[in-house]
Design a protein around this ligand. Structure first.
Ligand SMILES: [Zn+2]
Ligand SMILES: [Zn+2]
Length: 161
């Protein structure tokens, strides 16, 4: 059945000069239980606009899977850059083919990508925030070294249906 996860995240304290150049990059990596390869906690890579995703099922192995980013809404407010996204994916019950354990439609972690165009160097760099890392994390522009934002709140993942 089709299930949906809502993923929300916010970057705060965005440094003034980099404010216009900081953006969420619509790529999401999500831990999902994959009914195709029948493994729990596979890293699934989604790109907004793509009608399918990729399950990274281990050493140099990957396959396409039935998941997509259904919504990707960015809100800018003062020094905050917020994101609300919804991922739709096909979920079916199974038991992990190698380790046992019952599949669930929940996700253990999400990694969200951002990009930053440096106003001083006229070059872009990329980074990511991940839900299961200690916080707060300070984010730096990789081109000029300025602290550009704080990743203070872990991205939240919520099962909608
Ligand atoms: Zn898979
Ligand atoms: Zn910079």
């Amino acid at each position: 059945m089709v299930r949906s996860l809502e993923i929300t995240a916010v970057l705060s304290g965005i440094e003034h000069a980099h404010r216009a150049g900081l953006f969420w990059d619509p790529t999401i990596e999500l831990s999902l239980d994959c009914f195709i390869c029948e493994r729990l906690g596979r890293t699934t890579v989604l790109k907004y606009g793509a009608e399918r995703a990729v399950c990274m099922s281990g050493r140099n192995e990957q396959h396409i899977t039935a998941a997509r980013i259904a919504a990707y809404d960015v809100t800018v407010q003062d020094d905050r850059l917020a994101l609300r996204s919804v991922v739709d994916f096909w979920w079916a019950p199974f038991r992990d083919a190698e380790r046992g354990g019952q599949a669930t439609p929940l996700s253990r972690w999400a990694r969200l990508s951002y990009g930053c165009r440096c106003p001083h160097k006229e070059e872009s760099s990329a980074g990511s925030v991940q839900s299961n890392l200690p916080r707060p994390q300070r984010l730096y522009c990789r081109k000029c070294g300025t602290e550009i934002a704080v990743d203070a709140e872990a991205p939240a993942i919520r099962l909608l249906v």
